[in-house]
Design a protein around this ligand. Structure first.
Ligand SMILES: Nc1nc2c(ncn2[C@@H]2O[C@H](COP(=O)(O)OP(=O)(O)O)[C@@H](O)[C@H]2O)c(=O)[nH]1
Ligand SMILES: [Mg+2]
Length: 301
């Protein structure tokens, strides 16, 4: 499939906006589910770690290859625009002008996990639009990172020097799901100390069940060799995924998770339209009524 032309980008933007607000019925009418055609990279970590700057630096290098790149930023701070994304725009100004790059911010909506509810659907649109790569930036350390796991192939956890205290708190969390640990701002003091602390934590953790040992990469946006080294680790992880006998596992898990999230959204849709009287009914009756309504896509839900 060919990448969309620059003139198609407005149509792409409209399709994404439509999907962001689509009901489950709307999604089922058009979406097919992920095909795995597009490399998906998640970049997470605390605000100010340098995620946007690093993504911009990575993309500038990765444009040397074939294929268009989409950058999606989940912005929990503002429902519309502004805030962090405004800053991101400035860091990515040159890329925003590039016909082969598509940048889009997504406000996180009512979702319990802080991700846009329709993120899997939006990523499918990006995939079908022919992008070779989609890079997803998420802010914060928490539930979002677990949700990201299901929609991307490779997760980067970006930390600034001095984040050592946070590592203790993260031990059982995001550190477990990250595929690559990035110590950014390596031009600042404390980067080596953080890298050593991380290495210690990873050693204690022992070998991951998957067999992938997350590398620890020090980067600085001022050092293009370090960004190239990070790009290489991303490629190495993607190659490792592709080579595994169970390589299909991740795509299938993604599709299963997609269906699960659609069902959860559908339940929420039905409950929204359930009257207070019905909600006071005995649990078994209420449960049965909800189940019955799930498959009935009419105005009355
Ligand atoms: N010294 C230094 N500053 C950086 C580096 N990467 C990002 N920054 C700065 O850190 C600040 C936050 O960067 P940003 O990309 O917005 O972080 P985000 O919130 O994680 O997306 C900005 O002022 C960047 O210029 C780096 O490698 N070295
Ligand atoms: Mg950012």
């Amino acid at each position: 499939m060919n990448a969309p032309q620059k003139t198609d980008r407005r149509a792409l933007g409209r399709a994404l906006s439509r999907t962001a607000n689509a009901s489950v019925a709307d999604v089922l009418a058009s979406a097919q589910g992920a095909s795995g055609a597009c490399r998906r990279i998640g970049v997470t970590g605390p605000p100010g770690a340098g995620k946007s700057s690093l993504i911009a630096a990575l993309v500038r290098q990765r444009l040397a290859r074939d294929g268009d790149i989409a950058i999606l930023a989940i912005d929990p701070t503002s429902p519309v625009s502004g805030g962090a994304i405004l800053g991101d725009r400035i860091r990515m100004e040159d890329l925003a002008q590039n016909a082969r790059v598509y940048i889009r911010s997504l406000a996180s909506r009512r979702s319990h996990d802080g991700l846009a509810d329709n993120l899997p659907d939006m990523l499918e649109i990006i995939e079908n639009a022919g992008f070779a790569e989609a890079i997803l930036e998420t802010v914060g350390v928490g539930q979002v990172e677990y949700a990201v796991r299901h929609v991307v192939d490779t997760i980067l956890l970006v930390m600034p020097p001095g984040a050592g205290d946070q590592i203790q708190a993260m031990k059982g969390g995001i550190l477990e799901t990250a595929d690559i640990l990035v110590v950014n701002k390596a031009d600042q003091p404390g980067a080596q100390q953080l890298a050593s602390e991380l290495a210690g934590v990873m050693k204690l953790r022992g070998e991951a069940p998957s067999g992938w040992a997350p590398p620890i990469v020090k980067t600085s946006i001022r050092d293009s060799a370090s960004v190239a080294a990070l790009a290489e680790e991303i490629d190495r992880h993607q190659a490792w995924l592709a080579e595994r006998a169970g390589a299909k596992g991740r795509l299938e898990a993604r599709r299963a998770q997609h269906v699960a999230s659609l069902v959860a959204r559908r339940v929420a849709e039905v409950l929204e339209r359930t009257s207070p009287e019905d909600l006071r009914r005995p649990l078994a009756g209420l449960y049965e009524s909800v189940i019955r309504h799930l498959a009935v896509f009419n105005g009355a839900a």
